[in-house]
Design a protein around this ligand. Structure first.
Ligand code: QV4
Length: 473
């Protein structure tokens, strides 16, 4: 349950937050597949309650397990999964089964279901009061029972120890596996008992071999457990039976790039820092929650530092890397691009590959997608030849496949460094692209001894330089 089943030659997951199924299918075929991305985390698929003004977070309030959301219908979802698999890109669904909705008057869902939320009646499943924990608020993160048996933000809390509830959840998961999905993100996993989750996951089918998964392959499970080390519940309660989101990853890198730590310390980045074992960790700089209202976390809004953090993540072998792909927002509740009746408006694609219509599409930034190529080239190699200036200028290579340098200091980076790459002239994938055999950015000449002059000036657009051997595909 910790194998992503990426197609060989692919790497990196992108969260296409609030994208429509049809548009994701196109993105797999036109961009993600050709660029070598490994997979997509898609927004929740199950029917949700309609909230006034349609904030993004209504999708985290399920009203039934029907596949009907603003992202599209069941048919569109199936078609997307098939097309993405054919393009070599796997799909991972964000599944919400810790809870149903909060209280709403006349609750109506995106697929036409209704619910009497005050009385815990959800005929679309159906669930009734018997299937939920007795209502109480989560207000003490030092008490595991409170966190797991009470309501997160007033969201009615399902009791996963009940056989009936388990059966409904397993059926929901099995149906998404049937159509060719490779795995799922478990929303609010910390708010459920590990023993219950273990039972639920173990009952889910093997992956569907019709979509080029090996026979007997298990779904990839990654669980949202936020553990900064100060609460009753630990990430180590979950990682024996699935992967876990490693929230310390983004905060540590953000702190360093914001001057609250030094990059030189990242020479032993990984488990030595108290992070989960690499295989068990899903890593990211920001996610759809932390990019809102967590000013200490880097996001697209501080683009230079953000690109440095993402480049470090993609260059470094630790963890399963996930890239956030956002819509522009200026407040927590700001909704995704939508028309006057609440239909989502999809991104348009500009000639320089970036997005329009209010979408940021970080995954389409050259500095990001080119680092996905770097990660593919560096697959299965270690960090070698770590170099730092004792502060925030660092460099390392990945076997003899790639070399990266980062300038987090307020002065120019000018060094002759050992790259471990074959002699030759390389095109820096951060400042440009190799187009028709012409490098549109900086070039780096690696000499007979594997050394090269590396320069990153403080006034450059980006604080990173990265070169790698060609990817053969
Ligand atoms: C409000 C009050 C509550 C009150 C309730 C009464 O705040 O105190 O009890 O009314 O009805 C929305 C509103 C929230 C509202 C709630 C219920 O923002 O104000 O409660 O609905 O109507 C997302 C958003 C939430 C949103 C929720 C459901 O972030 O703001 O709540 O969707 O629509 C912890 C958890 C972690 C969680 C994280 C946000 O450990 O698991 O908080 N992260 C995941 C998702 C996240 C999602 C949920 C969990 C819930 O990543 O996006 O919350 O599914 O750290």
């Amino acid at each position: 349950q910790k194998d992503l089943h990426y197609v060989p030659g692919h790497n990196g997951m992108v969260h296409l937050f609030e994208w429509k199924w049809g548009k994701i299918a196109e993105e797999c075929e036109n961009f993600l597949g050709p660029m070598g991305f490994g997979g997509v985390q898609v927004s929740p698929i199950q029917e949700n309650v309609i909230v006034k003004n349609r904030p993004w977070w209504e999708r985290y309030q399920p009203i039934s397990y029907k596949w009907a959301t603003r992202s599209g219908t069941a048919e569109e979802f199936k078609d997307m999964v098939r097309r993405c698999n054919n393009a070599g890109v796997r799909i991972y669904v964000d599944v919400v089964f810790n809870h149903m909705t909060g209280n709403h008057k006349n609750a109506k869902g995106t697929g036409g279901s209704t619910a009497d939320t005050q009385n815990f009646n959800y005929p679309g499943v159906p669930y009734s009061g018997f299937d939920f924990h007795v209502s109480c608020p989560i207000n003490n993160y030092q008490d595991a029972g409170n966190v797991r048996n009470c309501e997160l933000s007033g969201l009615h809390d399902l009791d996963q120890s009940k056989e009936y509830v388990r059966e409904k959840i397993v059926n929901f998961l099995n149906k998404i596996i049937d159509v060719g999905v490779a795995g799922y993100r478990v929303d609010a996993a910390k708010h459920m008992w590990p023993e219950d989750l273990k039972v639920i996951y173990s009952r889910v089918k093997n992956l569907n071999p019709e979509h080029n998964f090996p026979s007997g392959a298990r779904p990839y499970v990654f669980q949202e457990v936020i553990d900064y080390g100060s609460e009753a519940i630990s990430k180590y309660e979950y990682n024996s039976f699935g992967a876990v989101t490693e929230f310390r990853y983004g905060i540590e890198l953000s702190n360093a790039l914001n001057g609250k730590n030094q990059l030189k310390w990242f020479s032993n980045w990984g488990e030595a820092w108290g992070l989960l074992p690499s295989q068990d960790a899903v890593v990211f700089i920001d996610n759809h929650d932390t990019q809102r209202g967590h000013p200490e976390i880097l996001t697209y809004k501080s683009s230079k530092k953000y690109k440095m953090a993402v480049a470090f993540m993609l260059a470094h072998p630790y963890g399963t890397a996930r890239i956030m792909s956002s819509f522009a927002f200026d407040s927590f509740d700001a909704n995704p691009p939508q028309d006057s009746i609440g239909n989502l408006i999809s991104p348009t694609i500009n000639s320089d590959k970036t997005c329009g219509n209010g979408w940021i599409c970080e995954h389409r930034w050259r500095q990001v997608y080119n680092m996905v190529r770097f990660r593919i080239a560096a697959n299965n190699t270690d960090v070698n030849n770590w170099w730092d200036n004792g502060q925030n200028q660092i460099a390392f290579s990945r076997g003899n496949a790639g070399f990266i340098a980062i300038n987090g200091d307020g002065h120019d980076f000018k060094q002759h460094l050992y790259t471990s790459l074959q002699p030759g002239i390389y095109c820096d994938v951060i400042s440009g692209n190799l187009e028709n055999n012409v490098c549109t950015g900086k070039t780096v000449t690696v000499d007979q001894n594997g050394k090269a002059y590396i320069e990153i000036l403080v006034n450059e657009e980006d604080g990173v330089l990265a070169i790698h051997r060609q990817v053969n595909n």
